[in-house]
Design a protein around this ligand. Structure first.
Ligand code: NAD
Length: 274
């Protein structure tokens, strides 16, 4: 592995996560902010990335051309939108650089395109880049494996700030996948993502989701295991976006000397049980 600092591009540089990444990149050893990219037409193009992030000027001017930004970089940190992430996955694969994807709300088609890019590129993708939620997912999988689905119902509850555009959250789905894996079932065939009106009784074996939106909440998640006469609740509370940004930077450094492939944060954190 190279000893030189890893040159990272932050895309979505003016976004909530983009700004958090730019602030954090300055305080972590072994990485450097190589370029910052925003949406074409954004009012932030031409502005100093450090200034936009509240750090003071850092000399990196926000651009709108990912190709130029990726050219001499080692990796890209991407918390944007599914369409943008799809486009960047192909560009990052062409440039042979690490692509860390935090973007949520990707469709099955988006996931297939990202997996195709990962045949040639090192991609780390997770609905949650933090240590706590990934650890929680391991516990949820264990609990779901241990508890009989005929006797125990699983419900996943999440709350986020009012500007979040996708639901359920990437983290809620990640936790749902962990529960489904523990039960040996397919989440998409067993998830109940919305309830409204006369729904009838709860179907045994399903995994339910409930979504709350409001205020400035960064991320609250609970997995409720409901049995006759008792409840087990496993939960996580995010108090600061830097937990996700720190994880994304860790993922980039980890992937630097890996073979092409699609990796998760469980791989990065050594929590993978496969
Ligand atoms: P945000 O809306 O504040 O930021 C997204 C940014 O992407 C915006 O600034 C937007 O202008 C920019 N963007 C859109 N299209 C672009 C393009 N073509 N080129 C460059 N930039 C472009 O949102 P956010 O709160 O920062 O979240 C971003 C994503 O990350 C969401 O999907 C969110 O759910 C996800 N997220 C994931 C984690 C995780 O740990 N995986 C944590 C927090 C947020």
């Amino acid at each position: 592995m190279s000893d030189a600092a890893m040159k990272l591009v932050v895309v979505g540089a003016a976004g909530r996560m983009g700004q958090t990444l730019i602030r954090l990149l300055h305080s972590i050893e072994g990485v450097t902010l190589h370029a910052a990219v925003s949406r074409p037409g954004s009012a932030f193009i031409g502005k100093d990335a450090g200034e936009v992030a509240g750090l003071g000027p850092n000399g990196v001017i926000i651009g709108d051309d990912p190709l130029t930004a990726f050219l001499h970089a080692d990796g890209v940190l991407d918390f944007t939108t599914p369409a943008t992430t799809n486009e960047f996955a192909a560009l990052a694969a062409q440039a042979r650089i690490v692509h860390v994807i935090g973007t949520t709300g990707c469709s099955l088609d988006d996931e297939a395109k990202i997996a195709a890019a990962a045949r040639h590129a090192r991609v780390v993708k997770s609905g949650n880049m933090g240590l706590g939620v990934n650890l929680l997912s391991v516990l949820v999988e264990q609990a779901a494996r241990a508890l009989d689905p005929g006797d125990w119902d699983i419900e996943i509850l999440e709350m986020h700030h009012k500007r979040k555009v996708d639901a359920p959250s990437g983290t809620a789905l990640l936790l749902g996948e962990a529960a489904a894996k523990g039960r040996g079932i397919d989440l998409s065939a067993n998830a109940v993502r919305v309830r409204d009106g006369h729904t009838g009784p709860r179907e045994a074996g399903t995994i339910g989701f409930a979504t709350l939106r409001g205020g400035s909440v960064i991320g609250e998640h609970s997995v409720v295991l409901a049995g006759e006469g008792e409840l087990v609740t496993l939960s996580h509370s995010a108090g600061d976006r830097s937990i996700f940004a720190r994880g994304a930077i860790k993922a980039a450094l980890w992937a630097r000397d890996k073979k092409p492939g699609l990796y998760s944060m469980l791989d990065v954190l050594g929590l993978s049980q496969n």
